[in-house]
Design a protein around this ligand. Structure first.
Ligand code: 3EB
Length: 360
């Protein structure tokens, strides 16, 4: 069932199907990201690192999980480091850290949310140093009230300050070799609640960081979007065992550094697909092989307004074809004028349902 030649496998499963998998299979799980409106009511295995993301799935009633699996050669163990829960198999680690900004006190130069972000990233980098696991493949950042303003600064801009300071404090590049990422918001549930959750995949193999020729690199965005630029690349390409896995960052209707089609969700979807195509072309060019195409990606689509779901899905289907494999979640995108953001993963060890798992 588990492909031994792949060091990392990614599977999307409805939560009900995850729960029914065998214990042998679950023992290979490195970690889970679970997207559910009622995430706190789910009774999940506490020994596995789980990122609980309070986002409603729009295309189906059942909540969806992104599950990362080891090939089973080395026993994976659950460990805790500071506030991070992680599992590690010698090649790849998956970890989750969830913090509440209520644990931090705003100072004259740093907001509490900025401090929470900086602390979370500092912990991640300290753990990676400890494990001698230098490379981050992909990071998923989810935060409460991403577009809200406090202390005169949008919270996404505060997040970017905290994130970049931690990269700098640990001597990490803030341009070029930076991880793939996404950054989305969920409805604020009060400052006492967990307000930031970050999941990461890291490993020993250096990924190729890929940029998009249609877009200015995010780490070079001008200051109009905040005092510090976001620290991520457009995609990271990782060779793991026999598989090339592509982690495509959250992608939106941005050309150069500007948002295009601010109030037209169909045009935004189309522009986003053009951006994804450009990133795939770059990845294929670097591999010197046409390995990745729109029709073989697994998409996560973050939709700002539930009412836009059908417009976005129809447009995606038109470009990708009927083979489209996508999950739709309600989320707030980091710029007020962005209505959709699309993230994707590709590689032959990336799958989308239980029936596909059974075939292996
Ligand atoms: C963009 O292209 C859209 O801050 O980590 C996409 C992916 C976006 C990652 C991040 C932000 C991030 O700027 C927003």
């Amino acid at each position: 069932m588990i492909d031994k030649t792949c060091y990392l496998q990614g599977i999307k499963l409805p939560i009900s199907e995850y729960i029914n998998q065998s214990q042998d299979w679950k023992d290979c799980v490195l970690g889970i990201q679970c997207y559910a409106g009622d995430v706190l009511n789910r009774n999940l295995d506490k020994t596995v690192p789980i990122q609980c993301v309070p986002m409603m799935r729009l295309d189906d009633g059942d909540s969806i999980c992104d599950i990362w699996l080891s090939n089973g050669d080395v026993q994976v163990r659950s460990t805790q480091y500071d506030a991070i829960n992680y599992r590690y198999d010698g090649d790849v680690a998956f970890g989750v850290i969830t913090l509440s900004e209520a644990m931090f006190t705003a100072s004259t130069d740093k907001t509490s949310f900025q401090q929470a972000t900086e602390a979370a990233y500092n912990q991640i980098f300290s753990l990676l140093d400890l494990l001698s696991l230098p490379y981050l493949f992909r990071i998923r950042n989810y935060m409460a009230g991403i577009n809200d303003e406090s202390f005169g600064l949008e919270r996404y801009a505060q997040f970017n300050l905290g994130r970049q300071d931690a990269f700098l404090a640990h001597g990490r590049d803030i341009e070029g070799n930076v991880p793939a990422a996404c950054a989305l918001g969920f409805e604020s549930i009060g400052a006492e609640q967990n307000s930031l959750t970050i999941a990461f995949l890291a490993g020993r193999v250096m990924p190729k960081s890929i940029e998009n020729p249609r877009q200015i690199s995010a780490y070079q965005y001008p200051q109009q979007y905040g005092p510090r630029s976001p620290t991520f690349c457009r995609a990271s390409l990782v060779r793991l065992g026999v598989d090339d896995i592509l982690f495509l960052s959250g992608t939106a209707s941005i050309v150069g550094h500007e948002t295009l089609h601010p109030s037209d969700v169909v045009a935004q979807t189309r522009e986003t697909i053009e951006n994804i195509k450009a990133v795939l072309a770059e990845a294929n060019r670097q591999l010197k092989e046409t390995k990745f195409e729109l029709s073989t990606l697994h998409y996560t689509v973050y939709v700002r307004h539930h009412a836009d779901l059908d417009l976005i899905r129809n447009e995606l289907k038109r470009y990708v074809g009927d083979a489209l494999q996508a999950v739709y979640l309600q989320a707030n995108v980091c710029r007020q004028d962005l209505l959709v953001e699309i993230e994707a993963t590709a590689g032959h060890s990336v799958m989308i349902s239980a029936s596909r798992v059974e075939q292996n």
